[in-house]
Design a protein around this ligand. Structure first.
Ligand SMILES: CC/C=C\C/C=C/CCC/C=C/CC(=O)SCCNC(=O)CCNC(=O)[C@H](O)C(C)(C)COP(=O)(O)OP(=O)(O)OC[C@H]1O[C@@H](n2cnc3c(N)ncnc32)[C@H](O)[C@@H]1OP(=O)(O)O
Length: 303
């Protein structure tokens, strides 16, 4: 499914050389764990490990940005590059997105990217977040989220951009858009994604309360499609992938586009305004104070 040329252009403009080169091993391949035949060679970058299996046409893409897979500018950039590489390789039809960090799928935005940062950096950062959402939400691939840890806010939106979600049955692994608890709000395209997944009334309540749902409630409200024992998340994601890949790609892709294009177009039509809204909102003194206080609280929790 071709993204609007504007998005492709934005992606290329965004993927500045330094972001590609900083500590990454993009393009370098190494044997996947356990060897494997042709096409089983890992590739990726410092923060994203891709384990492709050409025989099945399925790749496992692991977020590897310890300790909590916070969505730094580099991680956002490397995720977009890795996804684009798999989309351009017709060997692959599906990607399982999961975490290489224990206990956490993805902690959402890296708050250090917007706390105490200048407006130009916040704008660049937010464009990268927009780009990752557009890439995952509109991907021609089948994307299955194997959620093997906590999945708040930005992590939740990446999981919701996938076609389906399998969550480990651990009460500590909560999922949801908790922005209001930080004193901020989810922008319209995060809200739209939530509404498209769990409905308007459930989204209205969960967004205002900043709800983080434990697995049983996440399943009940429809945030996730399956809740399984932790050691069955990856195998269940593979089974779910097989179910989706049994459908002819073209028909499935056209249907996915029919379902999602209007939501994505809403951001594409006002991408610059959204960025300006984000920057003027997060750069307010009051918001900066809220975010700093929240980060401090996080850092003190271990004390
Ligand atoms: C008009 C309006 C227009 C636009 C709207 C604008 C809106 C702004 C953008 C809205 C969208 C926001 C989406 C987001 O993602 S906001 C971020 C929300 N994320 C969270 O709330 C998660 C916070 N983290 C946690 O809850 C826990 O860390 C977690 C459960 C993930 C893991 O717990 P664990 O105990 O395993 O680890 P910790 O000890 O808590 O953390 C380890 C270290 O990592 C640091 N950390 C954690 N999360 C983040 C983060 N999101 N960003 C940066 N750093 C993070 C934490 O401080 C610890 O650091 P050290 O102490 O080791 O230095």
């Amino acid at each position: 499914m071709a993204l609007a040329s504007g998005v492709r252009f934005a992606a290329r403009a965004l993927l500045r050389p330094w972001a590609l080169l900083r500590g990454t091993t993009l393009g370098r391949t190494e044997p996947a764990a356990g060897g494997g035949g042709d096409g089983a060679r890992r590739f990726g970058s410092q923060r994203v490990l891709v384990e492709p299996d050409a025989a099945s046409g399925v790749a496992v893409m692991k977020l590897r940005n310890p300790p909590v897979n916070a969505l730094s500018l580099e991680l956002l950039t490397e995720l977009v590059i890795s996804l684009e590489k798999l989309e351009n390789d017709k060997t692959f039809r599906g990607v399982i997105l999961t975490s290489d960090c224990p206990r956490v799928f993805c902690a959402g935005l890296d708050l250090t990217e917007i706390c105490g940062r200048n407006p130009a950096h916040c704008a660049e950062y937010w464009k990268a977040m927009q780009e990752l959402w557009l890439r995952t939400y509109l991907s021609s691939l089948v994307l299955v989220a194997a959620i093997n840890g906590a999945c708040p806010a930005g992590g939740c939106i990446i999981a919701l951009s996938c076609d389906c979600r399998v969550l480990a049955d651990n009460p500590k692994y909560r999922i949801g858009l908790n922005e209001t608890l930080l004193g901020i709000i989810a922008p319209f395209w995060l809200k739209d994604t939530y509404v498209n997944t769990i409905g308007h009334r459930a989204s209205e309540q969960a967004l205002q309360l900043g709800s983080l749902f434990p697995p049983a409630e996440a399943l009940q409200v429809g945030l996730v499609d399956q809740v399984v024992p932790e050691d069955q998340v990856q195998s269940t994601a593979l089974s779910e992938m097989a179910r989706w890949l049994a459908v002819p790609d073209h028909a499935r892709q056209l249907t996915k586009n029919m379902m999602r294009k209007a939501t994505a177009d809403r951001l594409l039509r006002q991408r610059d305004a959204d960025t300006q809204n984000f920057v003027s909102f997060v750069c307010r003194d009051s918001i900066q104070k809220s975010l700093q206080a929240y980060l401090e609280k996080l850092r003190q929790r271990k004390g």
